[in-house]
Design a protein around this ligand. Structure first.
Ligand SMILES: [Zn+2]
Length: 435
């Protein structure tokens, strides 16, 4: 029963993923091959780069077919190939030597499963970084740096994972009937702690952060932050170019340690005006409480997840199906993590819908803050071109996989917003009002 239900959803998800990918591939192929550069991008994107962007999207799509099948096989192998009972066996014999042994066994079991899954995910990760990204000139990481990153991430995972798992497993066992409510508070505070520690402790383990050197730009950014009423604890540049030539900017941290981070690649590709527009957009996410709202959404999902976990904990057939003889907190935790994907998959379009709405709102915020739509529009085009992003994703594919509207959709919306501001030039009447 358990296996049948899971496998039905599992193969359904796989089928949907593969279909969406195929649809996207043929859609992009049709929009791209032998066609002219779309109007919006013509001034920034030559025919050669247009060719390259199509080829990049298609190369990723074709690889995705195999990656999808491979990860499905990995999952089936871990769940049905006797992996879990084996890990359980070793965790128990090793955990017996470590006090308190119940939690020690649980922590070992969770970490071992996690480690196993990341190790099995390496082939696709390596191929995508060193073959596909490399072929299109994006990859800047070396095998050495790649390995060092993986080792650091592993150590960090163990370092953060041990206290985290100890807390959760202990609460599951000792906090009685309402353990899930306690676990909710524990996990939520833990997440908060990580968010606070991220900019100053975790991120610097992987990248170098330096206060922005250009005085004039710093001044302009601070003025913008001041104008929109946002407090930050500094503007930093990050050496993103060490690993990849894709570019980005973000805000990080909570409360007083809120940093603005600019990838060095972004500074290279954008003019000052465009950069300010990107930052105004990012500030928009904070000012319009998007970050806080998403925190609430994730809290609700967490609470719901823990409640379901509580039900699973008492359902013995679940454990037996996957070869675990005795129900345990750690068994339930790992099974929940492994099995939930095919069921939560259907939340993607909903979560993406919320996120897209936020993107439109942040764009609008930027337009209003700068009283101009040109810089954000140009920045979007420039970033799309530099990142060779998919110019024409299939609508269904993008609903499932894209948390951002396509650049064309965003630009249409920006022009539409702009029409409500006092403006000069360009006639917006040819744009559809609902985009
Ligand atoms: Zn955004």
């Amino acid at each position: 029963m358990v296996a049948g239900l899971f496998l039905t959803f599992f193969f359904l998800e796989l089928l949907i993923e593969l279909t969406l990918n195929e649809k996207n591939i043929s859609y992009v192929h049709r929009q791209w091959s032998g066609k002219e550069v779309p109007d919006l991008f013509r001034s920034k994107l030559g025919p050669e780069d247009f060719d390259k962007s199509g080829a990049y999207t298609l190369a990723k799509g074709r690889f995705q077919r195999w990656a999808e099948l491979y990860s499905a096989l990995v999952m089936l192998f871990v769940l049905f190939g006797g992996v879990l009972p084996l890990l359980e066996h070793y965790s128990q014999s090793l955990g017996g030597y470590l006090p308190p042994s119940t939690q020690a066994t649980g922590i070992l079991f969770c970490l071992a499963t996690g480690f196993m899954l990341s190790a099995l995910g390496l082939p696709t990760d390596l191929y995508s970084t060193f073959v596909i990204e490399e072929r299109f000139g994006f990859n800047k990481t070396t095998l050495k740096l790649y390995l060092i990153d993986k080792i650091k991430a592993l150590l960090l995972g163990v370092f953060i994972g041990i206290p985290f798992l100890f807390g959760v497993l202990w609460l599951m066992q000792a906090a009685g009937h309402l353990w899930w409510a306690w676990a909710f508070f524990f996990i939520f505070s833990f997440q908060f702690l990580i968010m606070i520690a991220y900019p100053t402790i975790i991120a610097p383990l992987f990248n170098k952060f330096e206060p922005l050197k250009e005085d004039k730009l710093t001044e302009q950014i601070s003025a913008l932050a001041h104008q929109v009423g946002l407090k930050t604890s500094g503007i930093f540049t990050m050496d993103g170019s060490r690993r990849s030539s894709h570019s980005n900017a973000y805000f990080t941290g909570m409360g007083k340690v809120k940093r603005i981070v600019l990838f060095d690649t972004l500074l290279k590709h954008l003019t000052t005006e465009q950069l300010l527009a990107v930052l105004a957009h990012e500030m928009g996410h904070y000012k319009m409480k998007h970050v806080r709202r998403m925190l609430v959404v994730s809290a609700v999902l967490l609470l719901l997840g823990l409640y379901i976990l509580g039900l699973l904990l008492e359902y013995e057939p679940l454990f037996l199906t996957f070869g675990l003889e005795t129900p345990s907190a750690h068994g339930a935790l790992v099974l929940f993590a492994l099995l939930s994907g095919p069921f939560t998959f259907y939340l993607n379009p909903l979560l993406n819908f919320i996120s897209r709405k936020h993107e439109y709102e942040a764009d609008r915020f930027a337009v209003e803050a700068l009283k101009d739509g040109k810089p954000i529009e140009e920045a979007l085009i420039q970033l799309t071109v530099k990142n060779l992003s998919n110019l024409t994703p299939h609508p269904w594919y993008s609903a499932y996989h894209y948390s951002h509207p396509s650049p064309a959709e965003r630009i249409h919306a920006i022009r539409h917003n702009l029409s409500s501001l006092p403006r000069k030039g360009e006639d917006p009447t040819h744009l559809s009002p609902n985009s």
